[in-house]
Structures are given as C-alpha cells and as structure tokens.
Design a binder for this molecule. Structure first.
Ligand code: PBG
Ligand code: ZN
Length: 323
C-alpha cells in the first residue's frame, strides 16, 4: 500500500521532509513614524502597533534589535499635509529623519522607505490631483524627489507604493543620476485596490477624501494582470517585486513565482493583521498557530520576503522553536 503516513510518524521525520520554512531573515517589520514629542499612539484597529515620535523610536528599535529582525519598512505621518504632499520630499521630513536615526542606531538594519504621496497630501490620494482626476506624469518627479531624499538619508531600499505608471523607471533614473546606483527598488507591483488596507489608513491618516484608488490600484478580479504588472516593473528596473495584499492573493503570488526568478515580497497587510488579532483577542483562534500558518502559506506560494506587522512576534516564536 502507498502509505503517506510513514513520513509523519514523529516530529524529526516530519522536519526531515519539510518543504517550507520561515526564517527571521525573511521578515520585514513596518514602522509608523509621526511628528511631535513623546508619542506612542496605539492604532485602535491594529493592537500592538503604534505611531512613534522620533524621541521614542529607540524603544521600538531596541525591540527590533532584540528580536533579530534585520529589515524595517518606514511610513511617515507629517504634521502638515498639503495639495502637493510637500513633506514627502522635504530632506528634513519625518521619514528622512527617521531613516537617519535608524541608520545611526544600527547600520546593519535594512531600511526600506515606502515612497508615495498619500500620507502627505491633504486629499489623501497617492498622486497629484486636478479636480477629481489623479495625475500620473505630473506625480512622477515628486516620487523621484522623495526617493532621492530617502536614499540620501541612508535608505537601502526604495519601495514605491503609488501605482503610477512609470514610477519605477523614473525613480531608478533619478537614483542613478544622483549617484545612488546601489540603492535598490522594491516595487509594489501587483498592488490591488483592496478593502484590506483600511486599518493602515487609520494608522497613516491617509484615506482619500474623495473617490477611491481604483483608477491606479489593480482590480481585485484580475490575476493575469498581476503578472503583467510584475513584468513591467522588472523591465523598468525593479530589484524586488511585491504582491499585496498577500493571503487573499496567494494565487497571484504563486503565478508570479513561476514567471520570474527575482526575489518576491508578500505584504501581509493591515486588515489581514487586524482580523487575526481580533479573533485571537476573543480567544477564537490560537494566534501563534494561525500566524505561523499564514507565514508558511506565503512562503509556500513563492514569497521570499514577508512584510508583516507580526514580524517581531514571529521572530520570538521562531527562536522558541529552535530550543
Ligand atoms: C501607501 C500604502 C498603503 C499601504 C502601503 N503603502 C495604503 C494604500 O495604498 O491605501 C497599505 C499597507 C497596509 O494595509 O498594511 N500607498
Ligand atoms: Zn499611497
């Protein structure tokens, strides 16, 4: 008889034939930085995740260091927003200062700067607007300026999340022209117009004040188009490509892994985090088990890099499993 149970008899045997693992080095931890002093504001829809002012950021960075996680993804929340998102490309803006501070704290941490205007614009859209229209080509130079200021501040990776056409190409050119030939680009390639971002929009105060993001983010019904977006970003010079959200888009993640050998990141977004947190707070699920299962699912589908608000917990659990 074919007996598949032979390889499941005990943990050592299961570990021997295990196809997928998660390592601390796969993890990226998102951090929100805010203007002001003595701020550690918990995001109500994201228990355990805070907005940090820079004077208190060292507390969070000590936790990161202790966990062993070596990469962070930064989002800035400025004090003043305007039509053009000026604070996004201020060389002394909140995110640029945070980058410098983290690099001073520990140069070996990979600092990834999210590049987009929505946290900085008064209207909350990812690009410039004219009336109700989101302007593509007029937005590109501003994204390039933000990318260059972040690279100057010490960012290792620039991650454009704006979904404007030509963003990766424009940013690559600007980085190169300014001498940042080794600053990598992680493109939010297959980024869907998803309902799973709503807790993030509370965290970053970035909800659009009119309309939605469906003229620039992808239609949730399209899988094949995700591959086209990835191919386009690779042609434009992306070093790492991303699928976002992760868990409702594992089909896209897997399809992408079949067509490219570039590193793939999966973004386990705010809404995915909040759902797990809410159910575990109620005692309806076992948080650790569910989170680890979700991490494995993303890796099994083809991701190398896991961007997740659970990163520090996952790191602690992985250390616990080694013992
Ligand atoms: C900014 C940006 C968003 C996220 C990452 N970068 C929000 C959005 O596009 O509305 C979402 C992250 C999350 O939900 O965790 N463009
Ligand atoms: Zn945006």
């Amino acid at each position: 008889m074919k007996r598949t149970r032979r390889l499941r008899v005990n943990e050592s045997m299961r570990a021997l034939v295990r196809e997928t693992t998660v390592s601390i080095s796969d993890l990226v931890y998102p951090i929100f930085v805010v203007e002001g002093k003595d701020q550690k504001n918990e995001i109500p829809s994201m228990p355990g995740i805070f907005q940090w002012s820079l004077d208190r950021l060292p507390e969070e960075m000590e936790r990161v260091k202790k966990s062993g996680v070596k990469a962070v993804l930064l989002f800035g929340i400025p004090a003043h927003k305007d039509e053009k998102g000026s604070e996004a490309y201020n060389p002394d803006g909140i995110v640029q200062r945070a980058i410098r501070q983290i690099k001073q704290f520990d140069d070996s941490i990979v600092v990834i700067a999210d590049v987009c205007l929505c946290e900085y614009t008064s209207h909350g859209h990812c690009g410039l607007i004219h009336g109700q229209e989101i302007l593509n080509d007029e937005t590109l130079p501003l994204l390039a300026k933000m990318a260059v200021t972040c690279a100057k501040a010490g960012a290792d990776i620039i991650a454009p999340s704006d979904m404007m056409d030509g963003d990766v190409m424009t940013i690559r050119k600007a980085l190169d022209e300014n001498g940042f030939i080794h600053t990598a680009i992680m493109a939010y390639s297959a980024k869907y117009a998803s309902g799973y971002y709503s807790p993030f929009r509370d965290a970053a105060d970035s909800a659009p004040c009119f309309g939605d993001r469906k003229t620039y983010q992808m239609d949730v019904c399209n899988g094949r188009e995700g591959i086209r977006e990835v191919q386009k970003d690779i042609e434009e010079g992306a070093d790492i490509v991303m699928v976002k959200p992760a868990l409702a888009y594992l089909d896209v993640l897997h399809a992408v892994s079949e067509i490219t050998d570039y590193p793939i990141a999966a973004y386990n977004v705010s809404g995915e985090y909040s759902m797990v947190k809410a159910a575990s707070i109620h005692g309806w699920i076992d948080e650790k088990r569910i989170v680890m299962e979700n991490m494995i699912a993303m890796k099994r589908a083809g991701a190398k890099i896991l961007i997740t608000y659970h990163a520090l917990d996952v790191a602690e659990w992985l250390k616990g499993m080694e013992k």
